[in-house]
Write a protein that binds this ligand. Structure first.
Ligand code: C6P
Length: 414
């Protein structure tokens, strides 16, 4: 009998060689980059795709008929088709290139202005990043709609879904939530949330900023209406992101910004709009960014997103379990299944002190409110320290993190 074919696990340590930036010392110590929730590092494949594009193909898209313009347009549209495959969208037309998650969410909020009225509601959760809260606050201000919140359970950072159906029944038009919380690491049950919202006829918006580069995403299976993510948090360049929108919805939505590319025809006193998705891409887009994002998606899928999710999640669970025994530590987010990050506070030390202490050892952490101020206020803290992991982080780096945080606890705790 033939032995079963088992896909070999990626050699994580060897993958580090793909990321030139990791090969350096900081304050005389080898760099341990654990600020991947803020932005990830870029593999050589992405850097080279950007250089190749600028050295050989650079031109504007959809405008000229010369060879370079043709090449730039082809590369830009190939990136769109790749993004559609990356998240299992029904068609490339459902992919709008944006500057990032924040712009994608603002696009929806702006475009929904004419659809909401006083008495309507927008439902979000208590764990939102400001990018998935402030645009809805502005939409509520513009329309007279009100904001409702799905509460969290406490320090373990799960959504309390016991009253979700009652909330959804309160004239909710839009329900926006993160797939993975950037502050808690919670992985939310996106498919369930979308199914329950759909039963109430509510449009769903998934903030996939912290998940797109880590988990396999299938928007068709999730049955969400919108999903937004940023290239720079998934090994791609800064300045490029994706907004997925269900095509039937996009067709009926008002444009976000006006300008070149987004029009079909312009008169002195009025205009008509280009087809979806171009209707939502006013002005010259980040063509090189799209090319770099294409390379990043290829890079991640060559490794395999299920393997990346398992790797990051394992490092985060291990760090969470071991930090729990450091004196003075308070941990946030679920103790079990979690995305690749851990947030904690340390008695007697401001997170900026902890981050500075770790920085002297070459470890890059993030300290602050991580753009989730209302969440921390609810949990009674103003800021935390966060370690966030990616595919190039190793078990040895977690060991070193635990050692350094232990030293910080002794230093600040006396
Ligand atoms: N969170 C962090 O360190 P942009 O800036 O548009 O690429 O992504 C915004 C955003 C939206 N939603 C979530 C869940 C996020 O985590 C982020 C970015 C970074 O946690 C910077 S504050």
């Amino acid at each position: 009998m033939n032995p079963p074919i088992v896909a070999s696990a990626p050699d994580w340590a060897a993958l580090r060689a793909d990321f030139p930036i990791l090969d350096q010392t900081v304050h005389g110590r080898p760099l341990v980059y654990l600020d991947n929730g803020a932005t990830t590092q870029k593999p050589r494949a992405v850097i080279e795709a950007l250089v190749r594009y600028y050295e050989r193909d650079n031109a504007n898209v959809h405008r000229g008929v010369h060879e370079l313009s043709y090449r730039a347009t082809t590369a830009y549209e190939a990136a769109r088709a790749r993004a559609a495959r990356f998240i299992h969208a029904g068609a490339p037309e459902e992919i709008i290139f944006t500057r990032g998650t924040t712009e994608g969410l603002n696009l929806i909020a702006y475009s929904f202005t004419s659809r909401l009225k006083p008495g309507d509601a927008i439902l979000v959760t208590e764990m939102e990043h400001h990018s998935n809260l402030v645009p809805w606050q502005l939409l509520a201000e513009r329309t007279g709609a009100k904001l409702l919140f799905v509460p969290i359970t406490g320090d373990d950072g799960l959504l309390d879904l016991s009253h979700l159906d009652e909330l959804l029944a309160r004239n909710v038009k839009l329900f926006a939530f993160p797939q993975i919380s950037n502050s808690l690491g919670t992985i939310n049950p996106v498919a369930e949330l979308c199914t329950r919202a759909r039963r109430h006829g509510v449009v769903t918006v998934v903030d996939a900023a912290q998940s797109a580069g880590h988990l396999p995403i299938d928007v068709t299976a999730l049955d969400c209406d919108f999903l937004a993510f940023s290239g720079h948090k998934m090994a791609g360049p800064t300045g490029i992101g994706v907004l997925y929108g269900r095509q039937a919805l996009l067709e009926t939505m008002a444009p976000f910004q006006g300008g070149g590319e987004m029009i079909a025809s312009v008169q002195f006193d009025h205009s008509t709009w280009n087809k979806v998705p171009h209707k939502f891409e006013a002005g010259t887009p980040d063509i090189a960014g799209a090319v770099g994002l294409h390379a990043a998606m290829d890079y991640l899928d060559a490794i395999g997103r299920p393997a990346i999710a398992e790797h990051d999640g394992h490092l985060a669970r291990d760090a969470y379990a071991r930090l729990a025994s450091v004196p003075g530590i308070r941990l946030f987010g679920p103790p079990g299944e979690r995305g690749g990050l851990v947030s904690f506070s340390l008695a007697g030390a401001h997170p900026h002190d902890v981050v500075t202490f770790a920085d002297q050892e070459g470890i890059a952490l993030r300290g602050g409110h991580h753009c989730t101020q209302p969440l921390w206020r609810k949990l009674g803290v103003t800021a935390t320290t966060r370690a966030s992991f990616y595919l190039y982080n190793t078990a040895a780096e977690v060991d070193f993190l635990i050692e350094v945080i232990g030293r910080a606890a002794r230093f600040f705790g006396g």
